[in-house]
Design a protein around this ligand. Sequence first.
Ligand code: AHR
Length: 501
Amino acid sequence: TTARLTLDARFPIGAVRRRLFGGFVEHLGRHVYDGIYEPGHPQADEQGFRRDVLELVRELGVSTIRYPGGNFVSGFRWEDGVGPREQRPRRLDLAWHSTETNEIGLHEFADWLDKAGSDLMLAVNLGTRGVLEALDLLEYSNVPGGTTLSQQRIDNGRAEPFGVQVWCLGNEMDGPWQLGHRSADDYGKIASQTAKGMRQLDPSIELVVCGSSGASMPTFGEWERVVLEHTYDDVDMISCHAYYQEHDGDIDSFLASSIDTDRFIEAVVATADHVGAVRGSAKKIDISFDEWNIWYQTRFHDVDQITGVDNWPVAPRLLEDVYSVLDAVVFGSLMISLLKHADRVASASLAQLVNVIAPIMTEPGGPSWRQTTFFPFAITSRLAQGDALRLRVEGPTIETEKFGAVPAVDAVATHDAETGATAIFLVHRGRDGAVDLAIDISGLGDVEVAEAHLLHDDDPYARNTLEEPERVTPGTVDARVDGGILHVTLPPIAWAAISLA
Ligand code: AHR
């Protein structure tokens, strides 16, 4: 089969913001303890952070990192994680039925981010706490000095403010599993009050209000409308969360997951714009897609296994999904969807980063390695520069149970008008044979293929594991330019990225 694509750099979707390549670190399972932090490990630095993990995080190319949760944040007291370590309390983490030792808190995590070269995005607890505690954390973090809380930060080792720019007003408050879960009306009120107070304190910050924790939530759409009616003037972004997995062997629908992401984003944009229209507001609310990934929620019910009032383990193995090539291809297509909506998706966070539904895995005392999903993220983050461009795609479709007929090939490009650098990101969802692509790039002038990466394996379930950490690595895709046409052949179930210069 063949498909024809057309790229025209004159009609950009919008600038690709670096925050689109954000991550998410939650105090969950072996993410922080035994993941990024393992003082006894041979690779540990003077603060106990694993150097090998830091290196992989830098290679991944994550910009802003959301912290410290997730469901965890709805029971978290930020004060527990600052001050002398030996005085920090051990607390129950109800979200993950674990013990939080508070060995790592705001200061240590900010130090780790400095080493990783990423920025901090903080979530405040609006589940079991309220306006005052959020204001205290903002004062502690962003006020230079002269108050008790800012002086505490200085005494705790940070003379300069953390200067946290982006703040999440709670986490997944629409979810019945969330500590302090509220109705849209109740949450909208507390989010608005918190946002107003935080802005009084520091008008320069950007605020994210909680949207839906999935497009299949029963309150989806109405939740956004009601919450934004309360908070439209107070916030900059509304969050989206989405996780995908293969259900009951339905590979075709799984391969088409990004159709759901597209629809999800477009529905939230429409809802936000509706609220804006009714208010007669010229302001636009953007999206912070601050949790997205593949997650086998039905296969791993590991957290349900930890029960009992006397059983609260420290850093248990939780949500340690092992990703296949198939997962990574779908993952790559989710990144294509985010880029296709770069005009309104201002920020996104891959959930999560190390060990917990993560692109990077570690073994205590042992090695660290890249999961299959590491590759599309690292390559896209590195090559996507300048503006996002929509491509016209004419080609075959595949039938799916969930979404009907969907394009077998999906694509997006980026183009940097200053340097002329162009990158094209492609996914082939078809399972029966290769597809030949003819991509009209004549508008770009005289360009050549600079890089051509391919993620594909004859075994779509091939994975990287402790035993075989480099079973899957990206290969090269067959790509050449001839008379203004870029010819690419994609094997079945494949993700590819091609840069032109
Ligand atoms: O990323 C894992 C969990 O998924 C987060 O804690 C929560 O926000 C979401 O439900």
